[in-house]
Design a protein around this ligand. Structure first.
Ligand code: 1GP
Length: 242
């Protein structure tokens, strides 16, 4: 089954662990992979707004050596490409008005993605204000959608779907103070037919359940599990039981 078919199987909510390849040691990666297998994690996303080491390939290979969970690159920039991944979220930052993030970087990445034969998931990536400036809004030089402007989020997601994007990712940014609101998630979900990923600032199993119940099909957690992976099973259960 293709990665996209798995992502769009909306019969069950999906839980994603996001790994910033710069941060964990090899031992920590292996530990989180083993816990993820036991917890029934559905996907790994790998990437970061700014990587300072040459760790992406190693991180993906290490994950794949220890499990069959699909690994997708969630790229922070056009250098984050690897032939080892199972899928690649080709992000169009549709909440912003920076042409580089809408098409410029893609032109640079496209020949390498073709060469590596990665499965491409054309993704409408939408940054939502999460209460503080995040790395991604600074690095992308874009303004997030205001936290309470559900109508802007709905119309942006709808436009992304009409342009042919295959999935929408609503992101409050890593370490956001406020995750995307249940109201915004619910309204965006009702507006589009394609699957909806939600992440950013989801730091408790309760917040993960709230996002899933509001309509997110796929819930991403990064930061909260970097600090401690003790609650990984609880996060996964909260999503899967929603
Ligand atoms: C950020 O959606 C991801 O792009 C995950 O955010 O690190 O806050 O969980 P957190």
């Amino acid at each position: 089954m293709s990665v996209y078919n798995r992502l769009s199987d909306t019969s069950k909510k999906k839980f994603v662990v996001l790994i910033d390849p710069d941060k964990p040691t090899d031992e920590q990666i292996v530990e989180i992979v083993k816990k993820s297998v036991n917890a029934g994690v559905d996907f790994f996303f790998v990437g970061g707004s700014l990587l300072t080491t040459d760790s992406l390939d190693n991180c993906i290979k290490l994950i794949k050596k220890h499990c069959d969970i699909p690994v997708l690159i969630f790229p922070g920039n056009s250098l984050q490409i690897s032939k080892w991944c199972d899928g690649f979220l080709l992000l169009s930052l549709i909440s912003g008005r920076n042409a580089e993030m809408l098409i410029g970087r893609h032109v640079i990445s496209a020949p390498y993605l073709k060469l590596y034969g990665n499965e491409i998931i054309p993704t409408g990536y939408m940054l939502v204000d999460g209460g503080k400036q995040t790395s991604v809004s600074y690095m992308s030089n874009t303004t997030p959608i205001p936290h309470d402007k559900d109508d802007i989020a709905m119309c942006t997601a709808l436009a992304g779907e009409m342009l042919g994007l295959k999935i929408i990712y609503l992101d409050a940014g890593s370490g956001a103070v406020n995750p995307v609101s249940p109201d915004m998630i619910s309204k965006v979900k009702q507006t589009i037919e394609i699957p909806l990923i939600v992440g950013g600032g989801i730091n408790t199993p309760e917040k993960a359940a709230a996002a899933a119940k509001a309509g997110a099909d796929i819930i991403v957690v990064g930061n909260a599990l970097e600090k401690s992976n003790d609650k990984l099973q609880e996060f996964a259960d909260a999503v899967h039981n929603s």
